[in-house]
Design a protein around this ligand. Structure first.
Ligand code: ARG
Length: 480
C-alpha cells in the first residue's frame, strides 16, 4: 500500500497516525477532478516526451477504466491517505511500476490545488443554474403581483406602501448580486496550478500552458510557492456562498413573519406547511425557518476556512487539508437552500385583502401627502409637520388616512386640498413613486427587465463553463 511507503510516511507509520491524517473520507468526492487532472498531465508528459507514448497509452487506459468505474458507481477505493494516493495505488495494481511515470513533475501539493480549482469551477456552474432558476421564478412571480399592495417595513414598522412586485424585485436584486459574486469566484478559480510541483517548479521540460489549455483554464498561476499555499479562490467561494445564504435567510424571515397571523399576509400550502406533534391547529413555516437557519452552516464553513488559513507560513502546510470539509459542504448546502426556497415561494399564496388592509390601517402614505405639499411649494419640513398633524387628526377620529375627507383635511389646514389628498389614496401613492429604483410601475418594469437580462446572460454563461465530464471525454480521445 502506498500509504505505507516513503511517499506517505514510510512503513513505520502507525495506523492511528494514518487514520488521523487521512483525508480520503472527504476528498474521495474529488476523484473525477483528480482523474481529469491526471489525464491532462499525462497527455502533456507524453507530448513533451517525458513519458514514452507506449507507457502513456497504458496509463491512460488505466485512468479511463477508473473513471468508467466511478461513473458506473462500482469503484472501490483502496484505504489510502488521500484520493491522489488511492488513484495511484489503483493504477499501480493495474500496471505495476509503469504507473509511477505519471507523477513526474507533479506533487500532491499542486495536484490538490488543481482538483479544488476544477471543483470550485464545477460548483459555480451548478450554483449558477440553481440561482437562475430561483431568480426566474421570482421574476415571473413579480410580473403577476403588480396589483398586490402591501406595506414595506423599516424597523419592522410599516413604512410606505409598495407592490408585491417591488418586494420580489428586491429579492431579485439580491440574487443578481450573488450571480456577480460567483462570477468573481469563477474568475479567481480560472487558473491552472498544475506544473508548479511541490513548491518551486521542476527541472523537467514540462508545458504548463498545454495543461492549462487541455483543462480550459484562462491562465496559469504565477508563482509556485504562492500556488501551493493559496486557497483564496476557495475563500471567495465560501464568502460568496455565505453572502448568498445571508440573503436567503433574510428572504426566509419575511416569509416566516408573513405566515404568522400577526401579519397574515400569506397562506402556506398544505404541501409545505409542517405541523406540531401536540397542537393540532398548527401550520408552521418550518421550511422557511430552516432556510434561515442553514445560513449558519455556510458562515461556519467560511470561518473554518479563514481560521485554517490564518497565520500559515508560506508554501504548503498540511493544515490545508482541513479545507476539504468546508469546501465540499458548501455547494450542496447552497443548492439545497436555493432549490427548496424556489419550491416554497412557488407554493405560497398572498392574501391580497390582508396585505391591503395592513396598508390602509396605517398612515403609510403620510410621506406622499408631505411630498404633494412640497410640489405645491412648501419646504419639506413644513410639509412634513402638516402631514403629521393630518395623520394625528385621522388617528383621533379613527379614520384611515386613505379615507380622510376634504372637510377633515381643511379643518387641519386649508393647504390640504383635494389635490394633496389624492396622494393619500393608496394606489396613487404607489403610482406616484416614479423615481428610478422606486416602487412605481415603470420603475418596477425596468427592474424586472434588467433581472430578465441577468437570467439570459447567466444561462449563456453556464453553457460556456468548461465541465469536468466534457473535458474528460475530450481528453480520453486526444492525441498523446
Ligand atoms: N492530502 C493532502 C492534502 O489534501 C495532499 C497533499 C499532501 N502533501 C504532502 N506533502 N503531504 O492537502
Amino acid at each position: 500500500m502506498i500509504a505505507k511507503t516513503a511517499a506517505a510516511g514510510g512503513p513505520t507509520l502507525l495506523p492511528e497516525v494514518l487514520a488521523f491524517t487521512s483525508s480520503l473520507s472527504l476528498d474521495r468526492a474529488l476523484i473525477r477532478e483528480d482523474l481529469l487532472g491526471s489525464l491532462a498531465h499525462l497527455t502533456m508528459l507524453s507530448r513533451r516526451g517525458i513519458v514514452p507514448q507506449e507507457q502513456a497509452r497504458a496509463i491512460r487506459e488505466g485512468l479511463v477504466s477508473i473513471w468508467d468505474a466511478v461513473q458506473a458507481g462500482t469503484l472501490q477505493l483502496p484505504d489510502e491517505e488521500d484520493v491522489h494516493m488511492a488513484v495511484e495505488s489503483l493504477l499501480t495494481s493495474k500496471l505495476g511500476p509503469t504507473a509511477g511515470a505519471l507523477h513526474a513533475a507533479r506533487s500532491r501539493n499542486d495536484q490538490v490545488a488543481l482538483d479544488l480549482h476544477l471543483y470550485v469551477r464545477e460548483q459555480c456552474a451548478e450554483i449558477f443554474t440553481s440561482l437562475v432558476k430561483l431568480l426566474s421564478s421570482i421574476v415571473e412571480r413579480a410580473e403577476v403581483e403588480s396589483s398586490t399592495i402591501l406595506p414595506s417595513y423599516t424597523h419592522r414598522q410599516r413604512a410606505m406602501p409598495i407592490t408585491l412586485s417591488y418586494l420580489f424585485a428586491a429579492y431579485g436584486a439580491m440574487l443578481a448580486r450573488d450571480i456577480d459574486a460567483f462570477s468573481f469566484v469563477l474568475q479567481q478559480a480560472d487558473a491552472s496550478p498544475l506544473g508548479v510541483g511541490a513548491i518551486a517548479g521542476t527541472s523537467l521540460p514540462i508545458d504548463r500552458q498545454l495543461v492549462r489549455e487541455l483543462l480550459a483554464f484562462e491562465r496559469i498561476t504565477a508563482n509556485g510557492l504562492d500556488t501551493v499555499g493559496d486557497r483564496d479562490f476557495a475563500l471567495d467561494y465560501a464568502y460568496a456562498s455565505s453572502r448568498l445564504l445571508v440573503h436567503t435567510s433574510r428572504i426566509a424571515t419575511d416569509f416566516v413573519d408573513f405566515a404568522s397571523p400577526e401579519f397574515g399576509f400569506i397562506r402556506l400550502d398544505g404541501a409545505i406547511a409542517c405541523g406540531s406533534s401536540m397542537m393540532p391547529q398548527k401550520r408552521n413555516p418550518d421550511l422557511f425557518e430552516l432556510v434561515r437557519a442553514k445560513s449558519g452552516a455556510g458562515i461556519g464553513n467560511l470561518v473554518t476556512l479563514l481560521v485554517d488559513m490564518k497565520g500559515l507560513p508560506s508554501g504548503y502546510n498540511r493544515d490545508l487539508q482541513e479545507d476539504r470539509g468546508p469546501i465540499l459542504a458548501t455547494g450542496p448546502l447552497v443548492r439545497s437552500v436555493l432549490e427548496i426556497l424556489e419550491l416554497g415561494i412557488g407554493r405560497v399564496t398572498f392574501d391580497k385583502m390582508r396585505c391591503l388592509q395592513a396598508v390602509e390601517q396605517d398612515a403609510t402614505q403620510a410621506t406622499d401627502v408631505a411630498e404633494a405639499l412640497v410640489q405645491k411649494g412648501l419646504p419639506f419640513r413644513t410639509a412634513y409637520q402638516l402631514a403629521g398633524t393630518l395623520v394625528r387628526a385621522c388617528q383621533d377620529a379613527r379614520v384611515p388616512l386613505a379615507n380622510v375627507t376634504t372637510e377633515m383635511a381643511q379643518a387641519v389646514d386649508p393647504r390640504l386640498d383635494d389635490e394633496v389628498l389624492a396622494a393619500a389614496r393608496i394606489r396613487g401613492a404607489v403610482a406616484r413613486k416614479t423615481s428610478p429604483g422606486g416602487t412605481g410601475p415603470d420603475s418596477v418594469r425596468e427592474q424586472l427587465q434588467s433581472l430578465r437580462e441577468v437570467v439570459t446572460r447567466t444561462k449563456a454563461r453556464v453553457e460556456s463553463i468548461p465541465r469536468v465530464a466534457t473535458l474528460f471525454a475530450q481528453l480520453r480521445e486526444a492525441s498523446l
